[in-house]
Design a protein around this ligand. Structure first.
Ligand code: CA
Length: 450
């Protein structure tokens, strides 16, 4: 009996650390553990340097090698950070031009005069560690929960950061408080001249606790927000708008809410979840080899322990539907980032909000399995070139003749080549400009016709 138990414990340990596969909808995905033994990894970012930049809530910033799993601590703030409950070192952002401007932005809580405050600070990466801290915004009212702290850079190199209501419901509607807001600043900490109020960091207000924020390729910013006992929200961000809390929860559907909404420039959510699910990261994903996630907005979910894939309208302004994946597979999922081959990394946060098993959390990698085989040989990659193209397309990377099909984005087949030989030209001069899918050996790739 004991031997059997040990066997299963060992097997479970092996499976948790080794590579395995699982089906996400109809897509076969390889799963492996990049690193384990972390303590509440809150933010993970796949840097242009090929490392996964990670914050742990207790106050650690590290660069993790995604191949070896080696973790190099580049900043230890455990003596500066106030870490209790949900508070601690939370969000992080890297400057968009990191090669020339190696700046790292952090949001964390600290103690001052027996109160909990929140700070936005910028460090410089010197190639080894983070140095030269510059406090950008200080003394924001904080608490043990409801702290926000998710960053997003905008194309004009201004930076958004969320703050929570700090358990004080009078703050989100008070434009003189920086709590319960999304703030916008320049990377040097100054207020952008074109903020809704050029004298204020406040970009939007009426927030309870925004923990997900994403600039999508369509130029729109989406956020996720924690409701109280109802109405977790998925929202479209518009500058100067009021997101309602605490006067409005979810949609403007109750009589008291409707009168408030009519006079307070309220932006209603795109969709809500009741009872609450605790959504965290929001991320746009694009990968035609992963149809369940392709062209979707992904949400990592803490309490309900899953990934939600949201389908939006073509113009991005309407919620259409959602699908749930990885249900209870990996515990609470805090954050997501994407690697150069469109592989997904998930930061897991254990099974309980109260972190009953610290230092057991992981970064997992999910990568579409290459199921296509040819004469028993794995067909690793079919290359399309040139891409974009002005009229002739070539495929390479194989020796046999292949069946090749070209589809437009509406799914209409516009070319069918039953016997394609490597390197032969495909004339597409008569196609309209736009994006097309090429299906070959069960894999889809995209090209752009100029
Ligand atoms: Ca409501």
């Amino acid at each position: 009996m004991r031997v059997t138990l040990l066997f299963w414990l060992f097997l479970g340990h092996f499976l948790s650390l080794g590579q395995s596969t699982l089906m996400v909808g109809n897509t076969l995905v390889n799963v492996d553990t990049v690193i384990t033994g972390l303590d509440i990894p809150w933010e993970i970012i796949y840097g242009n340097d090929g490392y996964i930049w990670t914050t742990e809530r207790k106050g650690i910033v590290s660069r993790i090698n995604p191949t070896t799993g080696q973790k190099n601590v580049i900043l230890d703030l455990t003596n500066s950070v106030y870490q209790q409950s949900e508070a601690g070192l939370l969000g992080m952002a890297l400057h968009p031009d990191f090669e020339n401007t190696p700046e790292v932005f952090l949001a964390y809580t600290y103690g001052a005069f027996n109160t909990i405050r929140e700070r936005i600070v910028k460090y410089t990466f010197n190639g080894n560690i983070l140095t030269n801290p510059v406090i950008l915004i200080d003394d924001i009212t904080g608490n043990t929960t409801h702290i926000g702290a998710r960053f997003q850079f905008l194309p004009d190199t201004t930076i958004l950061v969320s703050t929570g209501d700090a358990q004080n419901t009078s703050l989100p509607q008070n434009l003189n408080s920086l709590s319960g807001k999304i703030l916008r600043m320049n990377p040097d900490g100054t207020i952008p001249f074109n903020n809704p109020n050029p004298l204020s960091y406040v970009y939007t207000h009426g927030h309870r606790n925004v923990q997900g924020m994403c600039l999508a390729p369509n130029g729109l910013v989406y956020i996720s927000e924690h409701g109280a006992s109802s109405d977790d929200e998925f929202q479209l961000l518009e500058p100067g708008r009021n997101y309602g809390w605490p006067n409005v929860e979810g949609f403007c559907n109750l009589p008291g809410e409707q009168s408030f909404c009519a006079t307070n420039n309220i932006k209603e959510p795109l969709t809500v979840w009741t009872p609450t699910i605790a959504p965290s990261d929001v991320l746009w994903y694009d990968n035609p080899n992963f149809p369940e996630f392709d062209g979707k907005m992904l949400l990592s979910v803490l309490k309900d322990k899953r990934i939600i894939a949201i389908t939006l309208s073509v113009d991005g302004t309407q919620y259409l539907s959602q699908a749930h994946y990885l249900n209870n597979q990996f515990g609470r999922i805090r954050d997501i980032c994407i690697g150069p081959e469109k592989e997904l990394y998930l930061a897991t946060n254990g099974e309980s909000w109260s972190n009953t098993n610290p230092n057991t959390h992981s970064i997992l990698r999910l990568k579409v399995a290459n199921a296509a085989t040819l004469n028993g040989e794995i067909l690793s990659k079919v290359n399309l070139f040139p891409n974009p193209t002005d009229g002739t397309l070539f495929l390479s990377g194989f020796t046999q003749t292949l069946k090749v099909e070209i589809y437009d984005l509406a799914g209409r087949k516009i070319r069918d080549i039953p016997q394609y030989t490597e390197g032969s030209p495909i004339d597409i001069k008569n196609l309209k400009s736009g994006i097309y899918n090429v299906l070959c050996e069960g894999k889809t790739q995209r090209f752009v016709k100029l």
